[in-house]
Design a binder for this molecule. Structure first.
Ligand code: DX5
Ligand code: ZN
Length: 222
């Protein structure tokens, strides 16, 4: 089943409660929350206090994308602050810390995923693939919204889907960056079933129509 996860990075932060309510009413399945530390990516966004407020303001499933260095230091705090799914980057930590961070999220009873930057090969997931609820394939360089979709990530998406199938695993496969009604069918065909969309949802006046347009564009693959 196709899921749409609007990224609040493209919302009006001064009206976050109503912005979130608007997309949930408009048919969003999850809310995507981008956490940036100014080190792992060259931008700073939001952190724990904002997530805590969001958790109080909505019952929606919170898909929290950590773009931070050495995420193990913070996974417990983000679970406690209300994440339902926590994803962090395979490039951001040493292997033993990734293993431990995954275990910590699971112990907290939350879902866990690993993220691949565009230049990171799919094979980097292999040591952890059987422990993951979700794999997130970036389709832009992380750090900023409203960038151009990288079509050269489609083969990697297909490979992740094939690796999971071969191992008899069924993780959700999420894509993030440059997703629009034009690019959505490309990623859905390649195996993605969770679409993050920032500007393509929050950037439009009618969010319900924007979400419906993404879904309709993928109707052949959902
Ligand atoms: C980029 C973030 C994305 C971003 C997507 O680093 O991880 O979630 O908000 O924005 P759009 O959909 O506008 O490309
Ligand atoms: Zn993101």
């Amino acid at each position: 089943m196709l899921k749409i996860s609007p990224s609040i990075l493209a919302a009006d932060f001064t009206s976050l409660r109503s912005e979130m309510a608007d997309v949930v009413r408009g048919g969003a399945d999850w809310l995507h929350i981008d956490v940036m530390d100014g080190l792992f990516v060259p931008n700073i966004s939001i952190g724990l206090p904002v997530l805590e407020s969001i958790r109080k303001a909505t019952d929606a499933f919170l898909d929290v994308h950590l773009m931070i260095d050495r995420p193990r230091r913070y996974v417990q705090a983000f679970c406690d602050a209300g994440a339902d799914l926590l994803t962090f980057h395979v490039e951001a930590a040493q292997p033993q810390d990734i293993t431990e961070a995954i275990a910590q999220v699971k112990r907290a009873g939350k879902k866990v995923g690993l993220v691949l930057k565009p230049r990171t090969p799919a094979e980097c997931l292999l040591p952890w693939l059987d422990t993951l609820d979700l794999v997130l394939v970036m389709t832009v360089e992380p750090g900023f919204g409203a960038q151009k979709f990288m079509e050269d990530q489609l083969p990697k998406l297909r490979l992740v889907r094939r690796m999971a199938d071969r191992a008899g695993l069924h993780p959700d496969i999420e894509v993030d960056g440059g997703i629009t009604a034009v690019t959505a069918p490309l990623v859905a065909e390649a195996g993605a079933n969770v679409l993050v969309a920032g500007s393509a949802v929050f950037g439009k006046p009618d969010r319900a129509a924007a979400i419906a347009a993404l879904r309709n564009a993928c109707a052949a693959f959902a």
